[in-house]
Design a protein around this ligand. Structure first.
Ligand code: BMA
Length: 309
């Protein structure tokens, strides 16, 4: 039995559901907002640069896209300089009564991570650029630890395989105490690079982190999803990493599209019944959803763990 059950109505969103012209709908951050499910999704425009759209749903599967994008490259201040090539791959965390949105800001200077905030999903207020180049995949924990915000991220490096790091901040702007906590594993499905996916989910046994891992083949890279469990009080400590992937490209809309053989998550929503809805981009072209039992994912991390470092 696959650990993630795909929704039978996949893909849940395509470019045809978007009221403005886009080439793709993928890599959406996801969160509950009151009784609504919200997606902030990435779309390529016809010039190859990305904007972030917004869609809402009452059941987590049938989404309606708003008439206008939620975030387009900024035309103000330093954000303008660093978002010239587009805004991508948003992740959403609810903390301190507001929603934090971390997104990739692309420009001629590389890729940095921007942090924007919203309380109403009508307007995003840019707060700070929280990394230098080149970073991607920043997810913020929905709780503070010893008074500090905590994030996972993935700096680029030519020396070491691209790994998951942790950093801390008193104010969401200045980040430090960084250290590497998880590496790709040699000759393993995630051997080329890994990166945080959905913001971590609290479970009784630890923080569940769904990440992506990449394997190089003669036919290009394959993006899959995996799971890791972090200590409840010290998220830099990894309690286990599932040896096996939890999702791989299998359906036609994951195998072919804009980039073939990609499942890539930026968001998952835990439900009160112990399940989690996981959202992923299929082949960088469409949005898909599925469901898993949280305990099954936790057990994969604890019972059949590979080394984290
Ligand atoms: C990564 C990012 C993602 C994308 C993935 C697969 O490097 O660019 O946004 O989904 O590649 O193309």
């Amino acid at each position: 039995m696959p650990v993630i059950k795909r929704y039978s109505g996949n893909p849940i969103l395509t470019k045809d559901d978007v009221p403005y012209e886009v080439a793709t709908v993928h890599n959406a951050g996801a969160v509950k907002f009151g009784d609504k499910y919200m997606l902030l999704f990435r779309s390529h425009l016809f010039n190859g640069r990305s904007v972030i759209g917004i869609a809402e749903s009452t059941n987590g599967y049938d989404f309606k896209v708003h008439p206008e994008p939620f975030m387009i490259p900024s035309d103000e201040g330093e954000f303008k300089l660093y978002e010239e090539y587009g805004v991508e791959d948003p992740r959403i965390t609810f903390i301190d009564n507001e929603y934090l949105i971390t997104y990739s800001a692309y420009s001629r200077y590389g890729v940095r991570i921007g942090l924007a905030k919203t309380r109403d999903f009508k307007k995003a207020e840019r707060y700070a650029l929280i990394t230098e180049a080149d970073y991607r995949n920043v997810v913020i924990f929905p709780e503070k630890f010893n008074g500090l915000y905590v994030r996972l991220d993935r700096p680029h490096s030519e020396i070491s395989p691209w790994s998951i790091w942790i950093s801390y901040s008193p104010d969401l702007k200045y980040w430090g105490e960084s250290k590497v906590i998880m590496r790709p594993m040699k000759y393993h499905w995630d051997e080329m690079k890994i990166g945080p996916g959905a913001p971590p989910i609290k479970t009784p046994k630890g923080w569940l982190s769904i990440y992506h891992g990449v394997f190089p083949t003669m036919d290009g890279s394959v993006y899959r999803l995996g799971a890791a469990l972090h200590d409840l009080n010290d998220p830099s400590k990894i309690l286990g990493v599932s040896d096996q992937w939890i999702l791989q490209p299998e359906e036609i809309y994951e195998i072919t599209g804009y980039v073939h053989n990609v499942v890539f998550t930026c968001g998952a929503i835990p439900e009160p019944d112990g399940t989690v809805k996981i959202y992923w981009g299929g082949a960088d072209k469409v949005m898909c959803a599925g469901e898993a039992v949280i305990n099954d994912l936790v057990n994969l991390c604890l019972n059949n763990s590979r080394e984290a470092l």
